[in-house]
Design a protein around this ligand. Sequence first.
Ligand code: CS2
Ligand code: MG
Length: 402
Amino acid sequence: MKIADVRVVVTCPGRNFVTLKIVTDEGVHGVGDATLNGRELAVAAYLRDHVAPALIGRDPSRIEDTWQYLYKGAYWRRGPVTMTAIAAVDTALWDILGKVAGLPVYKLLGGRSREGVTVYGHANADTTDQVLAEVARYVELGYRAVRVQTGVPGLASTYGVSGDKMFYEPADAALPTENVWSTAKYLAHVPTVFARVRDEFGPTLRLLHDVHHRLTPIEAARLGKSLEPYALTWIEDPVPAELQEGFRLIRQHTTTPIAVGEVFNTVWDCETLIREQLIDYIRTTVVHAGGITHLRRIFDLAALHHVRSGSHGATDLSPVCMAAALHLDLAIPNFGLQEYMRHTPETDAVFPHGYHYDGGYLHPAETPGLGVDIDEDLAARYPYRPAQLPVNRLEDGTVHSW
Ligand code: CS2
Ligand code: MG
């Protein structure tokens, strides 16, 4: 069997997605998500111009060799564009392998380690009363874990609070919109929200919160300490994570667990964080961290250091990524949680898939491969639409992490 055709499909069923489709000379095909929010065309070009031509004629079953060929062969290693492109190839090759073997991919990864993949939903609103109503809605839907995001009094907008409650689309304009941020107002408000949520829903509902890279380590330590009475499952991205050693300072001050990694693209971005147990959950994903092959390595390193998985699963990661993530989530020994922001009906129509939600769990398809595909004819009806993520500034105008 040889790779005969490699297609890059850019489509925008409500938001932009990039999908790689690899077709073999025996007619078997596989798909991989290549979506990088706000930089979709960069990955599409990388795949079309620098990867696809080199894949033609290769043996699709040589997944590891292809991964090493694309990683080491690029010379310019790592980075979100490169690793998202490699991820798409890797994911598509695992899809093909499963189809050829006649097995769902999780069975190629060691088989089921749990009955289902525990997911978390996204309660978000401007006011605390509205947040409580949103948490109640997710509890009603059967979610066993809920992320809580809230507006901040005195700020016109903040990360994670969206108009449309089931989906969250931050890439809201062709050129970046600008948000205004105040750490003081945020730190003063968030503990009051979790006090109300715990008061209303009791001590055991798993609660999470995304800080979205906005604090310094000592500010994150303060936040973690202030939230300890509410026993969160995690605070996410408390600080920008280029300085992995910076997390040592947070760990010295608080027992609130930490989740980091959705912006990471190789094990090297998180090797210190994991080895020194500076985090509790690693959020790296199939689509942005080199595919199933590399993500499995990151999770294996994490398993040696008491770190569990907590993969990113926002609306801007396509159903192809979600389908692949679930096979890994089901098989690894150190699974923690899977983020699950739903996709719109238009997106689900473009990406028919067999995974399904039931009582707080997602279950991957049992069909051979990943159990997801792309309807190329339908995808062609949704042309790419320029969209970028916001820029964040402090109240004095200083550019700040978004
Ligand atoms: C967020 C994302 O889901 C999350 O945890 O951090 O919404 C993130 O902002 C987007 O995926 C960026 O495209
Ligand atoms: Mg996040």
